[in-house]
Every structure is written in C-alpha cells, then in structure tokens.
Design a protein around this ligand. Structure first.
Ligand code: THU
Length: 137
C-alpha cells in the first residue's frame, strides 16, 4: 500500500463499512461489506445482495470481484470484510476461492486473528496452476 500500513488498512475498513451500509440483506438481516486494495493502488468494494430464492444470494466478495474487473482488472493485494457491527469477519469458503483467483497466495487478508495471507486462510488451494498443469502436458 502507498500509505503507511495503518492508514492503508483504515481506508480499506472505511470502504468496507460504506459498502456494508449499501447491503441488500432482507432475509438474513446480516449485512456485509468487503473492500480490497488493487496492485495499482485503487480500492474496490462490494456488498452482499440477497434474493427471495435464497441460494442465489451474492456475497459481498462477488460484487468486489466484479468491480475489480469492471474497473480495469489487476491483482488484489489487501482485503477486509466487515459486518454491521463493523467487526472484521472471515470470508466464507466459496469467497476464499474467489479471492485466491484474483489475489493468489500473497494476498493479505485482515481476519479476527490478525493479518494472514491467502496461503494461510486457504491452504493447498485449487487454482489456475492446477488447470495449467494438465493443459501443459
Ligand atoms: N456473506 C457475505 O457477503 N460474505 C461472506 O464471506 C460471508 C457471508 C453474506 C451472505 C449472506 O447474505 C449473509 O452474509 C449471511 O450469510
């Protein structure tokens, strides 16, 4: 991050809270906001969007990844998500896979247990390298 690490994280947490305030979560009542720094310095964010067909629900990370690509792509370097208490929460398992695809092993995730790499929060991840390993044969 270009700012000091603390300023960088504070800006990301503010963006995550702002996103959380836009969440559409009438069924669970659990609002989530996610924000991430991209390797070119910009910040992308997303909120959860639920659906009357519950399984169609989009986690906050889905919107964030869409915004990443919509605004020019790049790699995620730092990530955080929060609930309506403004508490840092863990991304769900599916969303860890989304984050892995767009940030890889080095992406730093702010968690309730401190700042961890994706390699720590999704050990032995399946990813693009696994596909390439077969295609290259
Ligand atoms: N949720 C997210 O947006 N991201 C996560 O990583 C965990 C769960 C949302 C989905 C659903 O709208 C609500 O939280 C309750 O599960």
């Amino acid at each position: 991050m270009t700012k000091t690490p603390d300023e960088g994280w504070a800006a990301l947490e503010d963006a995550a809270v702002a996103a959380m305030e836009r969440a559409y979560a009438p069924y669970s009542g659990y609002q989530v906001g996610a924000a991430a720094r991209v390797d070119d310095g910009r910040v992308v964010s997303g909120c959860n969007v639920e659906n009357a067909a519950y399984g169609v629900t989009l986690c906050a990370e889905c919107g964030l990844v869409s915004q990443l690509h919509l605004t020019g792509g790049g790699r995620l370097t730092h990530f955080v998500c929060v609930n309506s208490d403004r508490s840092v929460i863990m991304p769900c398992g599916r969303c860890r896979q989304l984050l892995w695809e767009n940030g890889g092993a080095e992406l730093v995730v702010r968690t309730p247990q401190g700042d961890l790499t994706m390699a720590e929060v999704l050990p032995q991840a399946f990813g693009p390298d696994d596909l390439a390993a077969v295609v290259d044969r």
